[in-house]
Design a protein around this ligand. Structure first.
Ligand SMILES: [Zn+2]
Length: 457
């Protein structure tokens, strides 16, 4: 058996920055190329150089389009990567939306830092700009689900649905007779919009995510809770503001709101979807009907219930109108985006409500609100928080511990090696123990920058 070496360049000991470099038979294959996100020490890793020259990497395979799996691609291209970036069509469409947004934010951040001169690096530079994104898109190559993609005479890859977001897959990388399986992010067993994840039946080496490796998701009837919170707020004459991630979360919220309207379960107030990025993701849903559970007609009817806002002028009109409504707007952790325009007006109104619908990372305004801050600062001013604050717990797009174990449960034989990746240290280690307990497999939790030669018999 030929040598296979794996460099753990991201999502090892942490959740973000997914990047695995596989070296074998004279090829260098990168699986995912994600951005590190979160606290500053993690974000600074995005400026590090790779252990190999980017121009010597032959190909990138993407499991899905989320920022922490695709967001570093323009940097890789800027460093000289010349190969193809291979994924399913919706994954590449989502990646395009995300990369354009990411370049815009980085260019704005660098400009602001230079204007206000608070940077240690002068002048501040973006990690990449819009031109870098344009160059990156030229490397994209879409493949069909389950198609055998030949990378060399003895290496091939297959992409198989894993129900996390539109286009998302796990990847089987075949080297000779051996199969390396990269789980990507695994979806829920009963997602409202995605098809059920498929499961691998064979893996000589398994790389499995562990984002929720130490937890079970709460059993909450999300739709009913949404009904109750909206009804209560509208009765007070307030507005419900739901900060939301543009990919998937926004569409799931739209779906639930549409269902509540169909059932006439809530008062008839305007629904606003205020996120240009969310609107672009809706287009990806429209263009790829086989990838989700909504029919074309469902999609159209759902969208028809919403004022879908792209133009900032329309945002300001909506903000000025104090009549009750439900607003879904970015960003999901209140770090920026249109939701701030609504908050500037409504945070101080006791009748209104902020409804947090996802994970709020340390250091974000979303986390401050979650922890009961009485004021938060944005756009250069402090804003008093007098409105209600509530949370929806049941909307995760990630498998929980039980679902992760289910996903592994169809392997016909024990893998020779299992690596637990894509989890905070505690979650990953807890999941490693669970794997041992349930299946008797010895798994390991690699550290960032580990280089491992695979033991393949
Ligand atoms: Zn993801």
């Amino acid at each position: 058996m030929e040598k296979v070496t794996v460099h753990f360049l991201g999502a090892a000991g942490t959740v973000t920055g997914s990047k695995f470099l596989v070296e074998t038979n004279g090829m260098r294959i990168m699986v995912d190329c994600g951005m590190f996100q979160g606290v500053k020490s993690l974000r600074e890793l995005n400026w590090q150089y790779l252990p190999v020259d980017a121009s010597t990497i032959d190909v990138v395979l993407l499991t899905h389009g989320h920022m922490d799996h695709s967001g570093w691609l323009p940097r890789l291209v800027k460093m000289g990567f010349k190969g193809k970036i291979i994924a399913t069509r919706p994954t590449l469409q989502i990646a395009e939306v995300i990369l354009r947004d990411s370049a815009k934010i980085q260019m704005e951040d660098a400009d602001r830092a230079n204007r206000e001169e608070f940077t240690e690096h002068s002048p501040a530079e973006p990690l990449y700009d819009m031109d870098d994104v344009e160059h990156t898109l030229k490397h994209f190559k879409a493949i069909h689900i389950k198609e055998e993609v030949e990378l060399s005479e003895i290496i091939s890859a297959r992409f198989i649905n894993n129900g996390h977001i539109i286009g998302s897959t796990f990847i089987e990388l075949k080297v000779g007779e051996k199969l390396l399986v990269f789980s990507g992010d695994i979806g829920r067993n009963d997602d409202l919009l995605m098809h059920r994840p498929e499961r691998p039946t064979k893996a000589d080496v398994l790389f499995i995510e562990s984002t929720y490796g130490d937890r079970l998701h709460p059993q909450e009837d999300t739709k009913d809770r949404l009904r109750e919170l909206i009804t209560r707020t509208v009765a007070l004459g307030g507005t419900v503001m739901i900060p939301s991630f543009a990919v998937e979360r926004a569409q799931t919220l739209m779906y639930l709101l549409w269902q509540l309207r169909l059932e006439k379960a809530i008062p008839h107030v305007p629904f606003i979807m205020d996120s240009p990025m969310g609107a672009n993701v809706l287009d990806v849903f429209r263009n790829n009907p086989e990838w989700h559970r909504l029919s074309f007609k469902d999609c159209e009817e759902m969208c028809h219930q919403f004022d879908i806002i792209r133009d900032y002028k329309d945002t300001m009109e909506q903000v000025a109108d104090l009549r009750p409504k439900v607003v879904v707007a970015g960003s999901g952790m209140v770090t920026g985006g249109r939701v701030l325009a609504y908050m500037a007006k409504h945070l101080e109104r006791p009748e209104s409500m902020v409804l947090l619908a996802g994970y709020q990372a340390a250091g974000t305004r979303g986390r401050q609100l979650q922890e009961g801050a009485t004021e938060i600062k944005f756009h250069g001013n402090y804003h008093q928080v007098k409105c209600h604050l509530e949370q929806l717990e049941g909307l995760s797009a990630h498998a929980d511990q039980a679902e992760l174990l289910d996903w592994m449960g169809e392997l016909e034989e024990a893998p020779q090696q299992v690596f637990v990746i894509h989890g905070e240290a505690l979650a990953a280690d807890n999941f490693r123990l669970k794997i041992k307990e349930r299946f008797g497999y010895q798994a390991s939790v690699p550290m960032l920058h580990d280089i491992v030669e695979l033991q393949l018999e």
